[in-house]
Design a protein around this ligand. Structure first.
Ligand code: HEC
Ligand code: HEC
Ligand code: HEC
Ligand code: HEC
Ligand code: HEC
Ligand code: HEC
Ligand code: HEC
Ligand code: HEC
Ligand code: HEC
Ligand code: HEC
Ligand code: HEC
Ligand code: HEC
Length: 335
């Protein structure tokens, strides 16, 4: 049977004459008896199921396929059944949570699968509106940004909605730091922490400097005029050194020279020591050679015993068993 036959007046007349009274007897509830999808035809002489419906311009998909015929064909009138979502879902029953504020063309954004899952292929805030909702914004109700009035265009500028957040910042105080109000240059929409702040200028934040909080270096929210000199922040560390004692060794205050800028830790300093101690036999604690805090003084004799060393130098003119002599003949620590 072709659907076109059913549209014909005689069929409708038959339906009115025979089926309606029959259904009244069977009970008017929806989704029962002959009214169930897949059940015997509700129209005499017809063999109509949800599958037959697929040949109409309105195939039954999603939730629609589970409905009883009469939910859409009121009083089993087939002709003139509206195909427009809005007629059934707003004019017949007010299903739109947003009361048409998003428009009357439900199918621009929804399918009969579910109202809740708006298929991003149909509509998404990013593509259709040009403002991608991410992070916390995804979890908000539309009304949190749009109010209850309607979906009018909002300014996509973060500052327009977050000005008071900007003004109330304390660590760092954005106003005092003179931060620009273009939040995305440092923030995304996930949270306000984990800002990606590019410390411009020569002083690159790395190692412990990167994990330190702004206020560790910018006390009291003062940003302008912070000195990049290591000693301006680390003088106390310098003065507290014992191994080696920096002030006794007369180390310069330019920590970078030996400690670099990685700021991972004070160990493994790299400094220009004429006598090679960076590797090999002589890569030992400073105190093996410098037994006092005066780094001009050193000894070789703690390791190079007298008898053995003397034996090694039989016949060497000018040899004497003293550290300055050792260094004078072996400035590179080699034979
Ligand atoms: C979700 C709503 C919905 C449900 C449920 C539904 N229909 Fe329909 N039906 C429609 C719409 C809309 C049309 C109009 C399609 C068109 O104009 O091409 C239609 C058309 C028809 C037609 C007429 C076809 C034509 O060519 O004029 C018949 C017959 C019909 N439906 C039978 C059924 C039967 C039987 C059931 C139950 C198994 C059923 N429908 C369930 C919405 C529904
Ligand atoms: C411009 C796109 C758009 C149009 C047009 C539109 N909607 Fe929606 N609708 C949405 C979005 C987006 C949501 C929110 C979905 C979410 O919460 O994830 C929604 C939510 C809903 C919900 C609430 C779902 C729930 O359980 O939270 C219903 C019901 C609904 N729409 C019905 C309709 C009806 C009926 C129409 C047509 C009259 C319609 N919508 C038109 C985009 C639209
Ligand atoms: C001929 C009337 C009719 C038309 C046209 C129609 N629907 Fe429906 N639809 C219904 C009925 C009746 C229900 C069942 C309502 C209920 O139980 O909540 C339903 C259910 C739904 C549901 C499931 C609601 C839920 O509770 O899960 C969605 C989603 C839906 N329709 C979307 C659409 C969309 C999108 C269109 C347009 C493409 C559309 N409908 C066209 C009558 C219609
Ligand atoms: C974090 C805030 C925020 C949330 C949450 C939000 N929107 Fe928006 N929306 C905006 C902004 C900002 C614009 C304007 C974007 C532009 O013009 O570039 C906009 C624009 C729109 C527009 C276009 C309005 C017009 O007239 O151009 C629609 C429709 C819309 N949103 C629907 C929704 C829906 C539906 C939801 C809930 C699912 C939602 N929005 C949630 C911020 C939001
Ligand atoms: C149309 C208004 C609107 C716009 C535009 C907007 N937001 Fe939001 N945003 C909100 C609302 C409403 C909230 C939830 C309430 C709150 O926490 O302030 C929120 C929350 C947030 C949060 C979470 C705050 C928290 O406490 O966890 C972050 C981060 C955020 N927005 C960043 C941004 C960024 C970055 C931009 C610019 C790309 C932006 N927002 C643009 C309205 C907006
Ligand atoms: C130049 C970079 C930069 C810009 C631009 C910027 N911020 Fe921040 N913001 C930061 C940094 C860095 C933090 C500290 C992050 C942390 O604690 O991990 C921060 C933290 C915050 C905090 C939490 C700290 C507090 O004291 O409350 C808020 C809220 C905040 N920003 C809001 C904003 C808003 C709103 C804008 C735009 C109007 C903005 N920020 C622009 C760098 C920036
Ligand atoms: C380890 C120390 C250190 C930390 C941590 C640090 N800064 Fe700095 N900051 C400096 C130094 C040093 C300068 C000066 C750089 C220069 O002169 O090249 C500076 C300069 C600045 C300036 C430029 C001020 C001006 O003169 O215009 C701003 C803004 C700034 N810092 C913000 C921050 C923020 C925000 C944080 C936290 C995310 C932060 N700083 C963390 C050491 C630090
Ligand atoms: C504006 C202040 C400031 C300046 C300038 C500064 N630092 Fe730091 N530095 C800090 C802070 C704050 C920490 C983290 C807290 C701490 O461990 O003392 C730190 C940590 C370190 C650490 C890790 C210490 C540890 O215990 O692991 C090293 C190494 C370091 N800095 C080296 C340097 C060097 C080298 C320079 C010069 C290139 C320098 N710092 C410049 C403030 C500064
Ligand atoms: C001439 C090279 C040199 C200079 C300049 C230098 N250091 Fe060192 N520093 C070293 C050496 C070598 C060590 C020992 C490294 C090891 O144990 O691996 C060291 C170790 C340290 C230690 C850990 C040892 C202890 O006793 O606590 C601290 C803290 C330290 N330096 C701070 C500083 C500071 C702060 C500055 C700048 C104000 C500085 N240093 C400048 C060579 C230098
Ligand atoms: C194997 C022996 C040896 C070890 C180990 C050693 N030094 Fe030396 N150090 C010398 C000798 C020899 C000299 C003299 C030649 C020179 O300047 O390198 C010297 C010179 C110095 C000077 C220069 C003193 C001056 O004349 O102003 C400093 C500073 C110094 N050492 C620091 C250290 C530190 C810090 C360590 C540990 C990281 C260390 N030394 C480990 C043998 C050693
Ligand atoms: C911590 C112990 C220690 C100290 C202090 C020490 N040395 Fe050595 N040195 C050794 C050891 C171990 C060897 C390899 C065994 C050997 O040849 O005696 C060695 C080897 C040498 C060699 C021979 C290298 C070769 O190529 O075979 C020379 C030359 C030398 N040391 C010079 C010195 C001088 C000069 C000093 C003092 C500035 C010094 N050493 C301080 C442990 C030390
Ligand atoms: C006048 C220069 C001179 C002095 C001072 C001197 N040496 Fe030597 N040293 C030599 C020469 C030359 C040789 C090579 C001897 C040979 O191969 O027969 C040598 C060999 C050595 C060797 C063995 C190297 C090898 O390749 O086997 C060691 C270890 C050594 N000296 C350590 C010392 C120590 C420690 C001192 C100080 C106590 C010292 N020397 C003082 C000139 C000197």
């Amino acid at each position: 049977m072709t659907p076109s036959r059913i549209k014909s007046a005689p069929a409708i007349a038959l339906a009115a004459a025979f089926v309606l009274p029959l259904l009244l007897v069977l009970g008017a509830g929806t989704g029962t008896g002959q009214d169930r999808p897949g059940a015997k035809p509700a129209v005499p002489g017809q063999d109509w199921t949800a599958e037959s419906h697929d040949r109409t311009s309105f195939p039954l998909v999603g939730k629609h396929r589970t409905l009883g015929c009469r939910e859409c064909h009121i009083n089993l009138v087939f002709e003139g059944t509206p195909t427009d979502c809005e007629v059934c879902h707003w004019q017949r029953r007010q299903d739109d949570r947003y009361s048409l504020r998003l428009g009357t063309r439900c199918s621009d954004c929804h399918t009969p699968q579910s109202w809740k899952k708006v298929d991003p292929a149909l509509w998404s805030h990013e593509v259709n509106v040009g403002f991608r909702l991410e992070g916390v914004h995804r979890t908000l109700d539309c009304e949190d940004c749009h109010g209850s009035g309607g979906f009018t265009a909002q300014s996509p500028d973060c500052f327009a909605c977050h000005e008071s957040d900007y003004r109330s910042t304390r660590d760092p105080n954005h106003v005092e730091a003179g931060f620009p109000t273009s939040c995305p240059s440092c923030h995304d929409q996930r949270d306000w922490e984990n800002a990606s702040f590019e410390h411009t200028g020569e002083f690159v934040l790395q190692g412990r400097h990167a994990s330190a909080s702004c206020s560790d270096c910018h006390e009291g929210g003062v940003y302008q005029g912070t000195s990049p000199e290591c000693a301006s922040c680390h003088l106390v560390d310098y003065q507290g050194t014992t191994d080696p004692n920096h002030s006794a060794a007369g180390f310069p205050l330019d920590c970078e020279q030996c400690h670099g800028t990685a700021a991972t830790g004070w160990e493994g300093a790299d400094f220009d020591h004429a006598f090679p101690i960076a590797s090999g036999r002589h890569s030992v604690a400073c105190s093996e050679c410098h037994q006092t805090s005066d780094y001009r003084v050193f000894t070789c004799l703690g390791c190079h015993g007298q008898t053995e060393t003397n034996n090694r130098h039989s016949g060497v003119t000018g040899y004497s068993y003293s550290s300055t002599a050792c260094y004078a003949c072996h400035p590179n620590g080699q034979g």
